[in-house]
Design a protein around this ligand. Sequence first.
Ligand code: SF4
Length: 90
Amino acid sequence: MRIPLQAGGGGRPALRRAALDLNADYAAMRVKVSREFCLRCGSCEAVCPEVFIVKADGVHLRRARVPAACRGACRVAADLCPVDAISLAP
Ligand code: SF4
């Protein structure tokens, strides 16, 4: 769901900022981890601790939707994962 913004940048600034933030979250890609393959190497958490956290039983996700600010880091984390356990999708 996208929140429509008024044409020409109208509207109350705080509401407009909140709508932009929500739109950014809704536009974010999704991340999934195949925990059965995870080696708990910690590389994903080192690259993007906002999304990944490694625990004794494997990697967990702090959030399933990747915010726009973390997209690059999550792509790097997926590329660096030695067992290709991380997948990203729009
Ligand atoms: S980089 Fe891959 S193998 Fe390493 S902790 Fe993250 S998901 Fe597991």
